[in-house]
Design a protein around this ligand. Sequence first.
Ligand code: SAM
Length: 235
Amino acid sequence: MKKPESDAHGRLREEFNRWAEEGSGEEMEEHHLPIVEPTLALMNLQPVDRVLDVGCGTGWLGKRLAALGPGGQVVGIDVSDEMVRRAQQAGAGFGNLTFLRGSVDRIPWESGYFTKVISVESAYYWPDPASGLREIFRVLAPGGSAWILINYYRDNPHCHQWGAQYNIPAHLLTAGEWARIFSDPGFTDVAHRRIPDNSPTPEVYTGRWFKDAEQMRKFKREGALLISGQKPLAT
Ligand SMILES: C[S@@+](CC[C@H](N)C(=O)[O-])C[C@H]1O[C@@H](n2cnc3c(N)ncnc32)[C@H](O)[C@@H]1O
């Protein structure tokens, strides 16, 4: 029997459905690409990789991954049905790309399948990041790796003000705390590094996420946090 959706998941779904309807999903490609490109370079992607994108939004990264790996397979999952609907529409031309609604703590896929897992700007919203990382560990093949990229973390003081703007709870953790959450299910070679955003910053900032252009510049210079780990060959 299908389990009923929890309150936390219902709130996430509603909030990100709203973001999708406002067109924020498509806008994120431009915002996240400067930190995603260096991450893809570190992942050593192979044309036959089977890649899972957790919190795939409207699927722009899934499409890029599917084009990079024509001999492999790309699956994107997202808790928001509206994000997934848009991703399915946008990715309709790719034979090796699938988008599904699902939450990271119950990934709708078999164990031991994926060779790489990536997640961009999603993990701090997960109601229980530790159970998300356990599920990612489960669906990875032995020797596979996970790559989690986040802009909202405690060691970067220039993003702390975002918490008050969110309509849903978000975890503000340190790099060390994220690394421990990775180590618990059994990931090895757990590493964290900074990925600075080197894109140009406007002279004047009028949005709601930063006080001014100077704070945005400092935030980008600190960079996103990238945590990675490997599933051992023998578990
Ligand atoms: C800031 S958006 C980033 C989307 C996309 N990765 C991108 O870079 O454009 C965060 C995404 O994570 C998804 N998300 C949040 N919690 C999730 C969960 N527990 N399981 C799966 N997806 C989740 C949201 O629905 C949303 O689409």
